[in-house]
Write a protein that binds this ligand. Sequence first.
Ligand SMILES: Cc1ncc(COP(=O)(O)O)c(C=O)c1O
Length: 371
Amino acid sequence: MSDPLVHPPIPMLDLKAEYALFEPALSNALHDVLQSTQFILGPQVQALEREVARFCGVEHGVALANGTDAIHLALRALAIGPGHEVIVPSFTFIGSAEPVSYTGATPVFVDVEPDTFNLDVAAVERAITPRTRALVAVHLFGQCADLDRLQALCARRGVALVEDCAQSIGADWGGKRCGSVGAAGCLSFYPSKNLGAYGDGGMVVTRDARLAEEMRVLRNHGSRERYHHHVIGFNCRLDEMQAAILRVKLAHLDRLNALRRDKAQGYTRRLEGVGVVPPHAHGRGLHVYHQYTVKSVRRDAIKAALDAAKIGSMIYYPIPLHRQEVYQSLCKGLRLPHAETVAAQVLSLPMFPMLTDAQMDRVCEVVARAA
Ligand SMILES: Cc1ncc(COP(=O)(O)O)c(C=O)c1O
């Protein structure tokens, strides 16, 4: 048992440290919204849409209630529905795949690269059939999938490229920000994300004005004009308070992401020779380290040691999607070896912009003893 006076607990994510940094600006922003009494689809949401779209290098942003809705509405606006297939990596959060099922289309799970954990482009190509209409390209843990090859493949085969940027806002591929390459880039503002709200939130960014307009209608009960309903829509709007909070944090996001990169370098340096595999940065663009995820065959022992030392760690993700109970009717017998192996070996260590050197020293000391 570690002595909490000598070794204070280390959280997986320290949102309190971030709150302390932005407290006065956040309080002012919330106060302004409260005074305005405009809570839904007001000036904060409009301004956030403009600012996030600009940040991502596209013209349009459609703010939504969460990242799952972002993928859902993007697929709907792309006319994905029953009889269609949508390719999704198996090693990701289920929120990448659920929206495919919401549309009535079928998710088709493919394997990932064992080093970057992102889509294996050859596997995507093999999975394309005449029914394939879209690909959900997840940029996992903050690093872009191979956007050059995926974009070229999608263009050649007439498949819509939907980028799942839930974990990667600010990351780029060859200078192009994620979300700006595909037909739509889907963001999550879940509190733990690199740009996190104080509740749920999400957005689709796109260069396509028609797609943006379609999603604006879908998010607001299928209505362009109040009480005139053109299609069956949804209620999945972002609220003004979340938008105001996000605007405060967005202004600092590039610096916060740079701090995450510093921490990642610090970890990798400390873990040299320790016997765990550090995350592979492909060097084709900026990584924003939503997670710092190592691999080890001794993963469970390392996690137990960290738990005992009161150090946060998480297994993202212990079960690949093709092995989830909910997908057994679709995937029975499907083997995706890389997704299965990485799910058994990955461990994400504490990662947040205000992580200190002392905290990293301590994490790595415990990892080294158990590895
Ligand atoms: C890769 C990925 N896709 C989709 C989602 C869904 O986002 P949300 O939780 O905001 O619905 C998340 C986050 O939780 C995610 O990490």
